[in-house]
Ligand binder design. Structure first.
Ligand SMILES: NC(=O)c1ccc[n+]([C@@H]2O[C@H](COP(=O)([O-])OP(=O)(O)OC[C@H]3O[C@@H](n4cnc5c(N)ncnc54)[C@H](OP(=O)(O)O)[C@@H]3O)[C@@H](O)[C@H]2O)c1
Length: 313
């Protein structure tokens, strides 16, 4: 199969597309022919060894000292079952499925072996690109916003036009919250169309200069921390630091939440159902073939990606 391999940490040019041995579906696994995957902020962070403050050493220890031990990145897949491993009896060759690969990654390739019990059937009315594009930002938004939303609650999404932000605006809007999105002026219309009631241009009003307070502040940018973000909260407000530093993550408690979001197939099913019903939209910046993986990394590194970047192997 063809796969995008990261030989060592570095700029986008360290990634190359090579012939690699086909993975094999082990016990409880399924081999999926990947029709669409995404290149996320997480993939670019690993490739560039650029982690939130404090995570550099733990990141290298966990992922590899000079380069990622898992040389094929990519945490999201949508595709077709090509082979079924031992112990899997409720999945058939030809089924259309999607999901995330956890620490194993490996989806920036034509084939990926995944756990059958973590997959979700792809609804017929949702194409592979849309399915792949909703999962990463959608599951993160669901994880952080779970139990925090109610009609009329005032929610601030900082970084509203990115993968996580574009999903968070929609998840909060669907729950009836009053949503304010912070993004650049060029993305204001998009963020409004996703359900934001108000949009703030971060070039003219830095997030920390906002005069209002919010019941929920979800930061995907990393320019708020557990101290500075508190001044944006209402009396019982909660601060959700999606891109929090190591200190923010370790010290998060009470009104401040941080940490790594879970990859829950129940969230995937929820997102796909709403996508199929037209209640949610997967925002796609562009779709590129696997052969353009270096260009895809450059787009994500620019920090100006709008929504999601889809790769079709
Ligand atoms: N904790 C977890 O489990 C978890 C899960 C997923 C992601 N993350 C982290 O969350 C962060 C966001 O991820 P992502 O995939 O959504 O990123 P992304 O898609 O790459 O975000 C790009 C967006 O950031 C916006 N942006 C840049 N500077 C901004 C500013 N000063 N104010 C407001 N928006 C700004 C840009 O919008 P404009 O061009 O409109 O300015 C751009 O659309 C990353 O640090 C990622 O590592 C954490």
């Amino acid at each position: 199969m063809r796969a995008a391999v990261v030989a060592r940490y570095g700029p986008p040019e360290v990634v190359s597309v090579v012939d690699a041995p086909d993975p094999v579906a082990g016990k409880g696994q399924v081999l999926v022919r990947v029709r669409a995957t995404t290149l996320n902020s997480g993939d670019a962070r690993i490739r560039g060894c650029r982690f939130p403050r404090g995570f550099a050493l733990p990141g290298r220890l966990a992922l590899g000292i000079r380069g990622p031990r898992r040389a094929v990145l990519g945490g999201v897949y949508s595709g077709v079952v090509e082979a079924v491993g031992p112990g899997v009896d409720d999945v058939a060759v030809g089924d259309e499925v999607c999901g995330m690969t956890g620490a194993g990654m490996g989806a920036h390739a034509e084939l990926v072996a995944v756990r059958a019990d973590r997959m979700t059937p792809k609804p017929a009315g949702v194409d592979h690109e849309q399915a792949a594009a909703i999962l990463f930002g959608g599951k993160t938004a669901r994880h952080f916003l779970r139990d925090r939303l109610a009609p009329g609650r005032r929610v601030l999404v900082n970084g509203a036009s990115g993968a996580v932000g574009s999903a968070a605006v929609q998840v909060a809007h669907l729950a009836g919250a009053h949503v304010t999105g912070v993004c650049s002026a060029r993305n204001a219309e998009l963020v409004r169309s996703l359900g934001a009631d108000e949009v703030v241009d971060h070039a003219s009003t830095p997030v920390l200069e906002l005069a209002t307070t919010y019941d929920v502040v979800l930061d995907t940018v990393g320019n708020l921390d557990r101290h500075s973000g508190l001044r944006l909260l209402s009396a019982d407000g909660v601060l959700l630091l999606v891109a929090g530093s190591l200190a923010d993550t370790v010290l998060a408690r009470g009104r401040v939440r941080a940490g790594v979001s879970s990859e829950d197939p129940a969230d995937f099913a929820w997102l796909l159902e709403r996508l199929a019903a037209g209640e949610l939209r997967a925002v796609v910046d562009r779709t590129l073939p696997l052969s353009d993986i270096v260009e895809a990394h450059r787009v994500v590194d620019s920090g100006r990606k709008v929504g999601n970047l889809v790769i079709t192997p």
